[in-house]
Write a protein that binds this ligand. Structure first.
Ligand code: ASP
Length: 426
C-alpha cells in the first residue's frame, strides 16, 4: 500500500515513471519528478504503482554536541526560504518548516568546521521581507558578535537575498567579521538540493578566510555540486528562477571561490574590509519609508509617474545607458512631454528620483544622448553609477532613513560600501 511521500514507480501501458507520490487529484495520480516538477497521470492509464521506498525518518534527535576546542564559533541565523523548507506532501508545494536544529542535523559536517550556534530569527519566504525585518536581522547579528561569534551565516530565501545582503552592507558600520547569506534553489529535504554545499562552503570560507569581514552571498558557481562563489553583498543578483548557479556578481568579480571537497578557498579579487574586534554600529531602515521602482517600457503614460508624488524616493529603471520615453518626436509621442513634466514635478515635490538600467550590466551615462541630458537637467540622479536596480533601491531607502534629503542627493552617487565600481567613481 503506497501513500503520499513514498517513492514509487508508476507503470502505464506506454511508460514507467519514477518519483515521489503526491496526494491524488480526482482523475489523476500526481507524481513529483526528480526535476522538481509535478505531473498528473490519468488513473485509467495506470497499470501498477510499485513502492520503491518510504520517505526517510528524520525525527530522531542527535545528541547535543559539546563545543570542540580549536574550532571557531559561527552563528547561523535562520530567516526561512527554500533552504529551511521541505516539500509538503499534501500540496506538493514547498513550505517553510524546518526547525533550526533539524537543519543543522541534516549537515553534520558543519560540526567539524566550527562550533555552530543556530537560532531561528524568522521563518518566512523572502518575497515577504520588509524593511523592519532588515532591522531585526541586523540586531541579531550584533548580538551574536557581542557573544563572541567569529562569523555569521544567515540562511535566507533566494528571491530577495541580494536585497538583504545590500541592506546589511549599508546598515552594519565597522563590521569586523564576515556575514555570509546562504540560500537554496531546492528545498533541503531533496536529493538535488544545493543547500548542503552552499551552507558548508559558507562555513568553510568563514574559517579559512582569516581576514575577510564583508557582507556577502554564498551560492553555487555552476549547475554541478562542485564550487561556490562568495559574491559581494551590494553587487550580485539572482539571474535565474530555478538553476543552482542563479547568482552572479554584477559589474565586478566575486570575492572568492570555495572548493569544499578540496577544502580550498581562492580569492578572485582583493580590497575587502578586514576583520577587527568590536561590535558594529547599526544604522536602521525607517520602516514606513515609501520608495518605489518603475520599469520603463514602450507606450507608457504619465499617470504612473504622478502616482508616486507622495513617495520619498523613486528608482526609474530606464533602458540602455539611462533613457526614459520623454522625447516628443512626432504626433504619436505627445504623451512623452507629460512624462517629462511628471518627472520634474516629482522632483519639485521633494521626491528623490534616480535612474538605473534594465541592462543590469554596465553603467548609466546620461551625457551621451539628449534625453539623458534632459533628465540630468531635471535633477535625476544616478549618472555614472553601475548599481543594480535592487542595490540602488536599497541604497536610496537606507540613505533616506539616515540622512536629510540634501545629503541623500550628494551621497547617492558616492561609493559607500563597494556598491559603485571604483573606476566609475573616479
Ligand atoms: N520564494 C523563496 C524565497 O525567496 C525561494 C527560495 O528561497 O529560493 O524565500
Amino acid at each position: 500500500m503506497t501513500k503520499p511521500g513514498d517513492r514509487v514507480k508508476i507503470i502505464t501501458s506506454e511508460q514507467e515513471l519514477e518519483g515521489v507520490l503526491m496526494p491524488e487529484e480526482k482523475e489523476f495520480i500526481v507524481l513529483k519528478m526528480d526535476t522538481g516538477y509535478n505531473i498528473g497521470i490519468d488513473k485509467k492509464r495506470v497499470k501498477e504503482i510499485a513502492l520503491i521506498s518510504h520517505p526517510p525518518e528524520r525525527e530522531t534527535e542527535l545528541p547535543k554536541t559539546q563545543p570542540k576546542t580549536g574550532l571557531p564559533k559561527i552563528s547561523i541565523l535562520h530567516t526561512g526560504g527554500t533552504i529551511a523548507s521541505k516539500v509538503d506532501y499534501t500540496t506538493g508545494g514547498v513550505v517553510a518548516q524546518f526547525e533550526p536544529e533539524k537543519l543543522i542535523e541534516m549537515f553534520p559536517e558543519l560540526r567539524n568546521i566550527a562550533n555552530i550556534e543556530s537560532r531561528l530569527v524568522r521563518n518566512i519566504m523572502s518575497e515577504n521581507i520588509r524593511f523592519a525585518h532588515y532591522n531585526i536581522i541586523a540586531h541579531e547579528i550584533k548580538k551574536e558578535i557581542e557573544n563572541g561569534s567569529e562569523g555569521i551565516i544567515i540562511t535566507h530565501g533566494t528571491d530577495t537575498i541580494h536585497y538583504t545582503a545590500a541592506a546589511l552592507s549599508f546598515m552594519l558600520k565597522d563590521l569586523g567579521v564576515p556575514v555570509i547569506l546562504v540560500g537554496a534553489q531546492r528545498s533541503s529535504d531533496r536529493g538535488s538540493s544545493d543547500a548542503a554545499l552552499n551552507l558548508l562552503s559558507a562555513a568553510l570560507f568563514i574559517t579559512a578566510s582569516k581576514n575577510f569581514a564583508e557582507v556577502a552571498v554564498c551560492m553555487h558557481e555552476t549547475k554541478e555540486d562542485t564550487t561556490c562563489l562568495i559574491l559581494p553583498g551590494t553587487k550580485c543578483r539572482k539571474m535565474h528562477s530555478s538553476r543552482r548557479d542563479a547568482f552572479k556578481a554584477i559589474n565586478t568579480e566575486p570575492w572568492a571561490r570555495v572548493d569544499f571537497k578540496a577544502k580550498k578557498v581562492d580569492y578572485l579579487k582583493t580590497g575587502f574590509n578586514e576583520r577587527k574586534a568590536g561590535v558594529p554600529e547599526i544604522r536602521e531602515f525607517k520602516e514606513n519609508l515609501e520608495v518605489g521602482i518603475i520599469k520603463t517600457y514602450p507606450n507608457m503614460f504619465a499617470d504612473i509617474f504622478q502616482s508616486y508624488k507622495k513617495y520619498d524616493g523613486l528608482i526609474i529603471e530606464g533602458t540602455g545607458l539611462g533613457h526614459i520615453p520623454i522625447m516628443e518626436i512626432d504626433e504619436l509621442t505627445k504623451e512623452h512631454t507629460s512624462i517629462y513634466n511628471s518627472v520634474k514635478e516629482l522632483i519639485a515635490n521633494d521626491v528623490i528620483v534616480t535612474l538605473t538600467t534594465q541592462c543590469i550590466y554596465g553603467e548609466i551615462d546620461m551625457n551621451v544622448y539628449s534625453p539623458g541630458r534632459k533628465l540630468l537637467d531635471a535633477g535625476v540622479l544616478g549618472n555614472y553609477c553601475d548599481m543594480t536596480t535592487e542595490t540602488a533601491f536599497i541604497k536610496l531607502a537606507w540613505l533616506l532613513s539616515n540622512y536629510p534629503k540634501h545629503e541623500v542627493k550628494k551621497l547617492y552617487s558616492v561609493n559607500l560600501v563597494g556598491e559603485i565600481s571604483k573606476r566609475l567613481e573616479k
